[in-house]
Design a protein around this ligand. Structure first.
Ligand code: 5GP
Length: 144
């Protein structure tokens, strides 16, 4: 029942939120943190997580906090589009392990797509270096 379990405060995104694990940051305010996915499915694969510490998935998020969080998701999606100029953009999230979720702190994926370029495997491709991710993040940040 990965859809309905207690929030694990030691999940990897909680550690990133607490600054215990580094990330290539794109944006941060009191509502959300955005950073580069370290196993990107395409160049510019970005994640947006709510700062609220105990929402494992979309179903857990209180409705009255969803609007401000989704505004951040859209804000980052617009910056990814403006900074990287992809042909398309996937905005998605997974709820529960059978649906594909691997980290149990709510997050939206923003995945740029280019015509003719295949999508990398979800949470299973190669790990990108900070040197690779940082200049991409800088292009996104420049449009925020
Ligand atoms: P999910 O599978 O839960 O929808 O997405 C989790 C995402 O987090 C995956 O796309 C995976 O590549 C990414 N991820 C896993 N561990 C780390 C990490 O330590 N740092 C970053 N930046 N991303 C991670």
């Amino acid at each position: 029942m990965t859809l309905h379990a207690d929030y694990d405060p030691d999940n990897i995104f909680a550690k990133i939120l607490r600054g215990e694990i580094p990330c290539i940051k794109v944006y941060e305010d009191d509502v959300a943190l955005s950073f580069m996915d370290v196993f990107p499915q395409s160049e510019g694969h970005t994640l947006v997580i709510p700062k609220r510490a105990n929402a494992r998935n979309f179903l857990d998020m209180p409705g009255n906090e969803l609007g401000s969080y989704m505004q951040r998701v859209q804000k980052i999606a617009r910056a990814v589009e403006a900074g990287l100029q992809p042909d398309g953009l996937v905005v998605t999230q997974f709820n529960g392990a059978p649906a594909g979720q691997t980290v149990f702190h709510l997050h939206f994926h923003i995945i740029p797509r280019w015509e003719g370029e295949a999508l990398g495997r979800h949470a299973g491709g190669g790990m990108a270096s900070a040197e690779t991710l940082e200049p991409v993040a800088a292009r996104i940040r420049a449009k925020l």
